[in-house]
Ligand binder design. Structure first.
Ligand code: NDP
Length: 334
């Protein structure tokens, strides 16, 4: 099988030269192990941080070694009692056609319980949970709040905005990077207002969309978006610092936000989080999300990249450029 390795650490934006594809021999599973044929793999913005040689909440990728990330696949060989051949499993060794790993490190899922297998990587998986935890626990959303979500047409943002609407937001505003995405937010996802951040300064567009201010900001972008939100937040406003994708490829510190001192007088609460540390919320999230999906209350879209493992680097670069709407995944099989 083939795998994608980190060929060189990127300076600024990654390029095709950041990656290399290698052929590896897949052996029989050792006692306790399983061999999984990956069907779908996730591409995620946080991977950019792991390409740098810096200490963070996750260790950096090693140059010359395979990348990893969430994947869903089928067990093709098993030496682990609890995980039979044929089981559909979720695990952390994407970026390769075949994963060999400990049976205890995979989660067996019911393929019939999901609308598509790839949904386990998005709306029913990590990105869905990120939206749920960020909005409800970190930003302490409550009924009647006016909510602003950046990166709103992406995997996390699209779900965060819809949960706010379902839980009784007064008004939900989203930003995204194209006219099509803006139309998708108000047309398909039920946002009350949306704007293209490339059209005019975020500060002005947010003011116009939320003349009475906002109570919650779900931040996927950072920079000028965060600065604009700080300016528009009402007293006791709350911010979930989920991601700051606008600066992941920067080689210099960001220029914004410049108005953080405003947070003092407004008594704002800005709080970061890492979804991996909120796994205890998975059962509540899974139950709520299953209900919303069953009742048709949540719209979700995926951008599925076809063509196998060699398309994974391009899919990752495309994600950073905004080529996806909803969760971006790579299909590894025909
Ligand atoms: P998305 O599906 O949102 O894809 C990334 C999107 O970011 C692109 O589609 C693009 O949309 C947007 N984008 C790229 N560059 C910029 C920019 N300079 N300014 C504004 N938008 C930009 O990815 P995810 O939903 O997986 O992740 C969203 C955010 O959540 C990321 O910041 C990620 O790091 C974070 N995250 C945090 C987690 C946590 O535990 N805290 C867990 C998972 C994700 P557009 O066309 O609109 O520009």
């Amino acid at each position: 099988g083939r795998e994608v390795r980190l060929a060189a650490r990127p300076q600024g934006w990654p390029t095709a030269e950041t990656f290399e594809i290698a052929e590896v021999t897949v052996g029989d599973p050792a006692p306790g192990q399983v061999v999984v044929r990956n069907l779908f793999m996730s591409v995620d913005p946080y991977m950019r941080g792991r390409m740098d040689d810096v200490k963070s909440y996750m260790p950096p990728f090693a140059v010359g070694a395979a990348l990893d990330g969430s994947a869903v696949g089928e067990v093709v060989a098993s030496a682990a009692e609890a995980v039979p051949v044929g089981a559909t499993v979720l695990h952390g060794l994407g970026w390769r056609e075949f994963a060999v790993l400990d049976g205890a490190k995979v989660r067996v899922v019911d393929p019939k319980a999901a609308p598509t297998l790839s949904a386990y990587l998005g709306v029913l998986g990590m990105t869905g949970l990120t939206a749920y935890v960020g909005l409800l626990d970190i930003a302490q959303f409550k009924e009647g709040d006016t909510v602003f979500v950046s990166g709103a047409a992406g995997a996390v943002g699209s779900i965060a905005g819809q949960i706010a609407r379902l839980r009784g937001a007064k008004r939900v505003i989203g930003s995204a990077g194209s006219a099509e995405k803006v139309a998708h937010l108000t047309g398909d996802l039920g946002f009350d207002a949306a704007f293209n951040y490339r059209d005019a300064p975020v500060r002005k567009q947010l003011r116009a969309a939320a003349p009475d201010g906002i109570d919650v900001y779900f931040d996927n972008v950072g920079g000028d978006h965060l600065e604009a939100a700080i300016g528009s937040l009402n007293k006791y406003g709350r911010v979930a610092l989920c991601g700051m994708i606008a600066q992941y490829n920067d080689t210099e510190p960001p220029a914004a936000p410049r108005n953080l001192a405003v947070a003092i007088g407004k008594e704002l609460n800005l709080r970061g989080y890492i979804v991996n540390n909120h796994g205890h919320r998975m059962p509540a999230f899974a139950a709520d999300m299953a209900g919303w999906l069953r009742e048709g209350k949540i719209a979700w879209q995926e951008t599925v990249v076809d063509g196998g493992i060699e398309k994974a680097p391009g899919a990752f670069l495309g994600l950073l450029r905004g080529e996806n709407t909803g969760k971006m995944v790579v299909r590894l099989t025909e």
